[in-house]
Design a protein around this ligand. Structure first.
Ligand code: SF4
Length: 207
């Protein structure tokens, strides 16, 4: 994993390399069964080189803690490793990555997931779900449902913490509760999958 991180730090496969300060490779436990995949780095992530820092990261840390976990128990990364930006007049804003940028960066994500071989992937937001689960993923209809993915035997999508933070009042409370419940379900899925006895070759021949 360290070798991949080193290699990615010099990547110039897409134009996001032009304005980035850091390649945000990802962090956490490289042998975890549970990987969280977000969309892309924002301003603070770009400045620090770390995924999910700032307010969205604090919310993610909170819901992990509520479910008995910290970043040491999971691996956290994004579908693109450099910050996508929109320059308007004198301001620089975040924007979703384009499909070309996602495709250009996909080999890094594939290599990360190949190295970790997670049992469960939690997609944080629709952009990650479109890559990990299926291309026409709809958060309103498919959030919290389980899918088999080519990247892991079990994949689920939930709200991106940054989206939750843009909501107010009851909407915020409901989305935050869903985010925490989906993380809890992912933890349970890992425990279930790990406790399932592995079939021996003999068992398989007898069934
Ligand atoms: S976003 Fe991905 S593909 Fe594009 S330059 Fe950064 S690391 Fe390379």
């Amino acid at each position: 994993m360290e070798e991949l991180r080193q290699q990615s730090s010099a990547c110039r496969r897409c134009d996001l390399a032009l304005n980035r300060r850091n390649v945000v490779f990802g962090e956490g436990n490289p042998v975890t069964p549970l990987v969280l995949v977000g969309e892309g780095p924002g301003e603070t992530e770009d400045a620090t080189g770390r995924p999910f820092v700032g307010r969205a990261g604090a919310l993610l840390d909170e819901v992990l803690r509520e479910n008995g976990m910290t970043r040491k128990h999971v691996f956290i990364c994004n579908v693109v490793k450099c910050r996508p930006t929109l320059v308007e007049a004198s301001s620089v804003r975040n924007r979703p990555p384009t499909s070309d940028e996602i495709e250009a960066c996909k080999p890094w994500l594939v290599s990360q997931l190949d190295a970790i071989k997670p049992i469960v992937i939690v997609c944080l937001g629709a952009t990650a779900a479109n890559v990990i689960i299926h291309k026409s993923f709809r958060m309103t209809q498919e959030r919290g449902k389980w899918f088999e993915s080519s990247f892991a035997p079990h994949a689920v999508a939930t709200y991106h913490p940054a989206y939750v933070l843009r909501l107010h009042g009851e909407g915020f409370q409901a989305a935050r509760a869903s985010l925490s419940a989906d993380i809890a379900a992912a933890r349970r899925k890992v425990i279930e999958a790990k406790s399932r006895p592995k079939l021996s070759l003999l068992d398989m021949m007898e069934t």
